[in-house]
Write a protein that binds this ligand. Structure first.
Ligand SMILES: [Zn+2]
Length: 265
């Protein structure tokens, strides 16, 4: 059985207009910062590592961070008493990857898989994207911690095991990667910020993230996801926990499909 469980590591206040291109709704939603605990083919995978604590978020001008919901990666690892064989970093934005600071201590043996184009861009982002990577900050988590972790740089799609495949999904950032899990005709794609809210994918019209590196690349990535013919799991939707009471991939895929087909009728 393939098991998938999201864990809330923090929260941010963010508007729908920021997460859905073309939507003008400025009212804020409370959005979870998630990590994903996955068991497949005898391997324990951690997808993303969460964030650094509130003081650092504020120091780096991420004022929409909500301190009350914060859980550090170290607390999570200690509570779960789990070791992870592999860490997959979807991309290096602070809310997905600044928990890197805890990796050398909490998961010293785990392989850490990151796209080449993401590391290059994360270390040298274009002007509009500097804020998301803490570029120029004295406590830059990428510079400070990538060499202390077991980074393995990959380039494009990558087969992790028989039923788990990393899929390169450029658009939000150059090196964003998702995780495709498939077995016995059921499949899900953990899409990270390629699909921040269910609404981006399931509202009848596909709408990309309002934060993007390259719009055309993003549209091509949405076509790539269509071709995978899979159930898409977003990164920041407050509804996500409702679908994961049972950890079995088949049940999760079925619940998401059934919820969004009911809504369309
Ligand atoms: Zn992001």
């Amino acid at each position: 059985m393939i098991k998938i469980k999201p864990h809330i590591m923090g929260g941010i206040r963010i508007s729908r207009s920021r997460l859905i291109l073309g939507v003008l709704d400025e009212s804020p939603i409370i959005s979870p910062i998630l990590i994903w605990d996955i068991y497949v083919d005898g391997i324990n995978i951690l997808f993303d590592v969460g964030s650094y604590p509130a003081e650092m978020a504020y120091y780096n001008n991420h004022t929409h961070f909500i301190p009350a919901f914060y859980v550090s990666l170290t607390e999570f690892i200690n509570n779960s008493r789990k070791d992870f064989d592999v860490v997959v970093l979807s991309h290096l934005h602070w809310d997905h990857a600044s928990g890197l600071m805890y990796l050398p201590e909490s998961l010293p043996r785990s392989r850490v898989l990151v796209q080449k184009s993401e590391v290059e861009f994360g270390l040298s982002p274009s002007e509009n994207h500097k804020i998301f990577y803490d570029y120029g900050s004295s406590n830059n988590y990428i510079r400070n911690y990538m060499n202390k972790s077991n980074f393995e740089i990959i380039n494009g799609d990558y087969t992790l095991s028989e039923h788990a495949r990393i899929i390169h999904l450029p658009g939000h950032t150059p090196g964003l990667q998702g995780l495709l899990l498939e077995k016995d005709g059921s499949s899900v794609l953990i899409a990270s910020d390629t699909v921040p809210l269910f609404e981006n994918w399931y509202s009848g019209e596909r709408r990309i993230n309002g934060i993007f590196y390259d719009k055309n690349l993003f549209i091509a990535t949405y076509k790539k996801i269509e071709s995978l013919n899979t159930t898409v799991i977003p990164s920041h939707d407050p509804l996500i926990p409702f679908f994961f009471e049972n950890e079995d991939l088949r049940i999760i895929a079925k619940k998401i499909k059934s919820y969004f087909s009911e809504k369309r009728d």
